[in-house]
Design a protein around this ligand. Structure first.
Ligand code: ADP
Ligand code: MG
Length: 243
């Protein structure tokens, strides 16, 4: 499971995350909603130490992210150890970030070898793209590219997959195929944290929805609670715009 406790993050004088505490049980799906600029991407980036938190802790499977403890002191991990931790956390971006000069299969596999190749093909099959293994990104639609990116995020058998607005850059008719893949992952028990404005997906797939507003976690609960009976006026105002 993933635990954030008392996470604070500022950029200069701008406080972007204020005392965020969140627990994501293994095998569950958490959807993060919130207006633009509320700190959603920063929150995801703090989880895999792409950003360093100013205060608070992030733990994945009990392991402190980015730091090691010696006595009662904390030391930042070496770059090598940070990369190792990061490799166990899949990250799917709004823009697919595939390597343009590599095929779909080559984008998915991390190392050469027959085993990696078979595993890569298996993952492409899982996202419905077995027949596109040898296509280059430019030969694929946006939806297909994002599905390759999801396959890649799964390649190292992550403990957790983070999605940052994975369908926001897609033409509307391509959104469904990506959400279908994500729904399958959720059913298979993948631990996921998803930033999205797709409320239908959130309602159907999320175990927990959290609402972030100006860096504060204002609401947290099952979809029926947060979407249908929000406690805060800010949540109601946000939902009235996106629903
Ligand atoms: P969201 O994903 O909810 O739209 P972000 O986490 O991207 O929000 O950004 C939250 C706030 O932090 C915004 O005001 C943004 O401009 C600011 N911000 C994000 N990253 C940086 C950075 N590296 N340096 C300075 N400000 C940043
Ligand atoms: Mg963002």
């Amino acid at each position: 499971m993933i635990e954030l406790s008392g996470v604070h993050k500022s950029f200069g004088t701008l406080e972007v995350l204020h005392d965020v505490t969140l627990t994501v049980p293994a095998g569950s799906v958490t959807v993060i909603l919130g207006p633009s600029g509320s700190g959603k991407s920063t929150l995801l980036r703090c989880i895999n130490h792409l950003e360093k938190v100013d205060r608070g802790r992030v733990r994945v499977d009990g392991e402190l992210i980015g730091y090691r403890r010696a006595g009662n002191k904390l030391y930042e991990l070496s770059e090598r150890h940070i990369l190792k931790q990061r490799a166990r956390i899949g990250f799917v971006f709004q823009t697919f970030n595939l390597f343009p000069h590599l095929t779909a299969l080559e984008n998915v596999i991390e190392a050469p070898g027959k085993q990696a190749r078979e595993r890569g093909l298996e993952l492409l099959d899982r996202v419905g793209l077995a027949d596109k293994a040898h296509a280059y990104p430019r030969q694929l639609s946006g939806g297909q590219q994002q599905r390759v990116a999801i396959a890649r995020a799964l390649a190292l058998e992550p403990k957790l997959v983070l999605f940052d607005e994975p369908t926001s850059a897609l033409d509307p008719e391509l959104v469904g195929e990506v959400l279908d893949v994500m729904r399958d992952l959720a059913r298979a028990g993948t631990t996921m944290i998803v930033v999205t404005h797709e409320i239908g997906f959130a309602r159907e797939v999320a175990d927990t929805i959290v609402f972030l507003d100006e860096g504060r976690l204002l609401e947290q609960g099952p979809p029926a609670e947060v979407l249908d009976h929000p406690r805060h006026e800010r949540t109601r105002a946000f939902l009235s715009k996106v629903l």
